[in-house]
Design a protein around this ligand. Structure first.
Ligand code: NCD
Length: 306
């Protein structure tokens, strides 16, 4: 049902494919409401390889597999597997595909998803490859924007505060670049602006991009997408310490506005908890879409129609 065997990057996601995934997601959400679980994948086994910490992604993939009655096999840290012994990604994938029908992998090395997918003969999903990409999160983010704003084009989206290292920001910005007339403003410390390479890619796709050290949340902003400073990816510890409390969304910044506030979570310092009760704070709703979106991806890549 999906026109690829592996989901590695959100740049694979054209508006047509996104529309297909959203429609499948709606079907999955309706199925959950009606009956809780279905037999759709009861002849399948999903391998969940999480070699970097994860709560939401791992648990929602597990929940998605179980709602469709697929079996699961798990590896939860690099140290519990043969990586510790020096096994290559390719060899591990060749082994795991003998135990499963689809592989979901999170790994600390940027580019590891492409390496794994190239070695993999069964469907493969990138659940985050270091600071590079996180395409399934981008689909959840886009689904949330679509549910609240009714469109994925003609949007002004502000993203921060670590656009250099946040794989969620990398993937969402590339997904939004597939739609017309989007404007992206990246905010945060100058040292954490997106790479020139990402900016060039987005601009070539027709997105108007700005970078700003000071955030301005005016009425013409449709969405604010914040992600924590990626502490574990900082080479310069001082840069992290200097900025971790400098950039925080306050209630007054978005109160009485229609600006949709999103965060892939975990929230650390980037959004004050006083924002949580605002009607436009949608990050907990956003995380709840993780299960139906991931059910849609598992079924879509395994060519199973609900
Ligand atoms: C994100 C990730 O792992 O990149 N989390 C998630 O999957 N919801 C965001 C983050 O860790 O900052």
């Amino acid at each position: 049902m999906l026109p690829f065997n592996s989901l590695i990057s959100s740049s694979q996601l054209s508006p047509d494919i996104i529309a297909k995934i959203f429609s499948l997601t709606d079907d999955m959400a309706a199925m959950i409401d009606k009956q809780g679980r279905s037999d759709l994948l009861d002849d399948k086994i999903v391998a969940l390889l999480f070699f970097e910490p994860s709560s939401r992604t791992m648990l929602s993939f597990q929940s998605a597999a179980q709602r469709l009655k697929a079996g699961t096999v798990f590896a939860q840290s690099a140290s519990s597997t043969s990586f510790e012994k020096g096994e290559s990604i390719e060899d591990l994938i060749r082994v795991v595909e003998g135990y499963s029908d689809i592989i979901v992998m999170r790994h600390a090395q940027p580019g590891s998803a492409a390496i794994a997918a190239a070695a993999c003969e069964i469907p493969f999903i990138n659940a985050g490859d270091g600071g590079n990409e996180h395409p399934t999160q981008a689909i959840i983010d886009a689904y949330t924007i679509y549910k609240h704003k009714g469109r994925l084009d003609n949007l002004h989206v502000v993203l921060g505060y670590d656009s250099l290292q946040s794989r969620s920001i990398h993937s969402l910005s590339q997904l939004l670049a597939q739609y017309a007339n989007n404007r992206l403003t990246f905010i945060g410390p100058a040292k954490l602006f997106p790479s020139d390479q990402l900016l060039a890619k987005l601009e070539t796709a027709g997105v108007k991009c700005d970078v700003k050290e000071q955030a301005v949340f005016t009425d013409e902003v449709d969405v604010i997408y914040l992600n924590r400073l990626q502490e574990e990816r900082f080479e310069d510890r001082q840069l992290f310490e200097e900025n971790r409390l400098k950039y925080r969304l306050q209630r007054a910044d978005v109160e009485n506005s229609d600006i949709l506030v999103l965060d892939p979570l975990p929230r650390i310092d980037e959004i004050c908890t006083s924002v949580d009760s605002l009607p436009n704070a949608a990050y907990f709703k956003q995380t709840s879409y993780g299960v139906p979106v991931r059910m849609a991806l598992l079924a879509g890549l395994l060519h199973k129609k609900p």
